[in-house]
Design a protein around this ligand. Structure first.
Ligand SMILES: CC(C)(COP(=O)(O)OP(=O)(O)OC[C@H]1O[C@@H](n2cnc3c(N)ncnc32)[C@H](O)[C@@H]1OP(=O)(O)O)[C@@H](O)C(=O)NCCC(=O)NCCS
Length: 221
């Protein structure tokens, strides 16, 4: 059974181990980083569990997008993983990290985590979800083309990129390439795609609000 729920402090070791299995070069978050996210924005930290085993996570902040839109890197938007850029007066849910255990990929866990993020965005009356998406298929083409050309070829169907293709299928728009977004991401050569999902239910006249306490009940299946 797949369960999508809020992350807790008890999940930190399993979440760290999960990231270590998923990423070869990108270092996993430590206790301080996971703890910082949980301290600042507990509603935004979501995990997926199958039969009691943690198999996925989606970590988010609320940010003032205009402060980062021009000079945008993972370090700038997270303040070097301090996550004190979280600001509930913002209107943008920002995806800091999403990953699924290699053993559980391709079974809809990523979709369930993205659906949880979209539902959180709607529940909080946020305008959009924004993220920098990895381009793990780029490295094998990097000698011959720019990341912009690579992304275009993924979008028009010549190449398959497991992350960008997944995000497009999840209804995100591709807004361009972020150079030097995450230098430790060797597969993407540090690049990322800027991706955005607009909340069709957003009401600008109403404030950002806390999601209801039983928010995650709808995701149990
Ligand atoms: C990107 C990522 C989170 C997607 O997670 P996932 O659990 O594999 O996602 P899903 O299973 O929902 O979808 C993946 C594919 O499986 C397919 N799929 C989902 N359920 C399926 C099923 N029951 N049967 C067959 N195919 C299925 C989806 O259609 C999708 O195909 P597509 O990419 O060709 O459109 C995952 O690949 C990952 O963790 N990658 C490494 C970490 C990373 O790079 N994260 C992104 C940071 S920006």
């Amino acid at each position: 059974m797949l369960i999508i729920r809020r992350m807790t402090y008890d999940d930190i070791d399993a979440a760290n181990a999960l990231q270590s299995r998923v990423y070869l070069a990108i270092p996993p978050f430590g206790r301080e980083q996971f703890g910082g996210l949980l301290d600042r924005f507990p509603d935004g930290q979501i995990v997926a569990e199958i039969d009691g085993r943690l198999v996925g996570l989606a970590l988010s902040l609320v940010i003032l997008w205009d402060d980062y839109s021009l000079h945008h890197t993972w370090d700038s938007v997270t303040n070097n993983a301090e996550f004190d850029t979280h600001d509930m007066s913002g209107r943008t849910l920002y995806g800091v990290e999403v990953c699924v255990d290699p053993d559980a990929q391709g079974r809809g866990v990523g979709h369930a985590l993205y659906e949880a993020r979209r539902t959180l965005c709607r529940a909080m009356n946020l305008k959009r979800v924004i993220a920098g998406g990895r381009l793990p298929g780029y490295r094998e083409h990097a000698a011959h083309m720019s990341p912009e050309e690579y992304a275009k070829r993924v979008i028009w169907g010549d190449f398959y990129d497991p992350v960008l293709r997944f995000q497009l299928r999840e209804g995100f728009d591709f807004c361009g390439i972020l150079h030097g977004y995450l230098p430790t991401d060797e597969e993407s050569i540090g690049n990322a795609s800027l991706i955005v999902w607009l909340n069709p239910e957003y009401k600008p006249e109403l404030p950002t609000r806390q999601p209801p306490a039983d928010f995650f009940k709808v995701f149990h299946s």
